[in-house]
Design a protein. Structure first.
Ligand code: UDX
Length: 443
């Protein structure tokens, strides 16, 4: 199929590259000339493992191209995918101005029948609005469909090539067959539904996953008080197929470009129809307070934080990405600066982005994890990057001023901590302060 993708952000670029990879002719459009120049030279504007290799391969194969010329892209394509951003407005609602602009431009550039698919996350009813705006700008026939995207940053290519399911939201039943055929290259799990239900599936899925995370984080807070271990609790719960084991890792809460934005937007969508989504409001509140667990654990072990040196391992909202949008690290670092601490920051990829966001005389930028621990009164692990999991913990006692490790992502096992001399505090698990584990419990 000949496909045009409008918007080369995460969703647009990854979708475009993956549709090309399975044999379609794809042209990706963006109004940012510099971005298009880079993309034409196989340079991705986003950090995503594997994407540049796939770009190069498909450009050479003649299946993938990039342009700023929207009219050209539309005229040569049967399917047009809208993948522009829908950032949050101050009240939490999704800002649809890029969607509106794209709809008008698509309408003006159409030269015959087209299928227009929305992949951007949009409130229920938006696709009807898109339909209206295109109709106002063209005489040609067209259909609008909703195909929400469920990819995760860091594993976006694999998620797109091998998704759990594809949701096709359409109100014209004759489109079910061609669109199912197009997506069969990715999976057989194709669920056809109405446009409004498809729009809702995307929000409900993200809200549910966010709920799982806040739920286990609250359980972890209770575990700390009753002496249980939340990782064991989650394992035991996850063995029930009705619950499932994924998204039950307790920590310092979720961040990123989707969960915080989409939960706020769904609360607004409900509010607009006079429904108070109480459960989701609590999920958001729990998430906001969970990151401060790191601060309270620091205060409990160090007392006043003024004048203390704190090493930070990890700044991105999750591993394998340089994305710091809504990352818990932002508020943690800001709070520590306000408290008068000196900070030694390290992240494998996200340092530059973080520095653009927060730069302060109290911050020292380090080249590796060990450097961030030198002379520190405590080290806090905020992102579960793979390289932190294999670090030589027994060295820390020799380079830190005080051997305090606060693990905000429950990365280390009791076995890894034993014998290191560290005072170890994690989330929802017993503290380990030089106490060895009774043999009977050892696994
Ligand atoms: C998410 C959804 O998973 C994806 O389907 C949607 O399209 C976009 O939003 P993403 O934001 O890339 O994807 O990352 P994800 O892996 O879902 O993690 C989100 C956040 O939740 C991260 O901050 C992560 O650290 C946190 N998380 C995840 C937990 O704290 N515990 C968990 O068990 C899982």
């Amino acid at each position: 199929m000949d496909i045009a993708v409008i918007g080369t952000g995460y969703v647009g670029l990854v979708s475009g590259v993956c549709f090309a990879e399975v044999g379609n002719n794809v042209i990706c459009v963006d109004q940012d000339k510099q971005k298009i120049d880079k993309l034409q030279n196989f340079i991705s504007p986003i950090y995503e493992p594997g994407i540049e290799e796939l770009m190069e391969k498909n450009i050479h194969a003649g299946r993938l191209a990039f342009t700023t010329d929207l009219a050209h892209a539309i005229s040569r394509s049967e399917l047009i995918i809208i993948a522009v951003g829908t950032p949050s407005l101050p009240n939490g609602e999704a800002n649809l101005s890029y969607i509106e602009q794209a709809s008008i431009e698509i309408g003006k550039a159409m030269n015959g029948y087209k299928i227009i698919a929305t992949k951007s996350t949009v409130p229920v009813g938006t696709n009807e609005h898109i339909q209206m705006m295109i109709a106002m700008n063209t005489q040609h026939a067209f259909d609008v469909v909703s195909i929400p995207e469920f990819l995760r940053e860091g594993s976006a290519i694999d998620d797109t090539l091998h998704p759990d399911r594809i949701v096709l939201g359409l109100d014209n039943p004759s489109l079910a067959e061609p669109l199912t055929d197009l997506h069969r290259a990715f999976t057989d799990q194709i669920f056809v539904t109405s446009i409004r239900s498809a729009e809702m599936i995307k929000y409900a899925s993200n809200a549910f996953l966010a709920t799982k995370i806040s739920f286990i984080n609250e359980i972890s807070n209770i575990c700390e008080k009753v002496g249980a271990d939340v990782t064991e609790v989650a394992k035991g719960m996850g063995k029930d197929k009705r619950i499932g084991s994924s998204f039950l890792n307790a920590g310092i809460g979720y961040g990123g470009s989707c969960f915080p934005k989409d939960t706020d937007a769904l609360i607004q969508i409900a509010g607009n129809v006079d429904y108070e989504f109480q459960l989701l409001k609590s999920v958001v509140e729990v998430n906001k307070s969970q990151r401060y667990k790191v601060i309270s654990k620091l205060e409990a072990s160090l007392g006043l934080l003024s004048g203390k040196v704190v090493g930070i391992w990890g700044l991105s909202f999750k591993p394998n990405t340089d994305d710091i949008r809504y990352a818990p690290s932002i508020e943690i670092v800001e709070t520590l600066i306000r408290a008068g601490a000196t900070l030694k920051l390290y992240d494998p990829i996200a340092m530059d982005k973080f520095r653009e966001r927060i730069d302060h005389p109290s911050i020292q930028w380090c080249e590796n994890a060990m450097e961030a621990a030198v002379g520190a009164d405590a080290v806090c692990l905020l992102t579960d990057w793979e390289e932190f999991k294999t670090i030589s913990l027994s060295k820390l006692i020799f380079i830190m001023d005080q051997p305090i490790l606060i693990d905000g992502r429950n990365v280390y096992s009791q076995e890894q901590i034993q014998g290191t001399g560290l005072k170890y505090y994690s989330v929802g698990r017993p503290d380990l302060i030089g106490v060895s584990r009774p043999k009977a419990l050892a696994r």
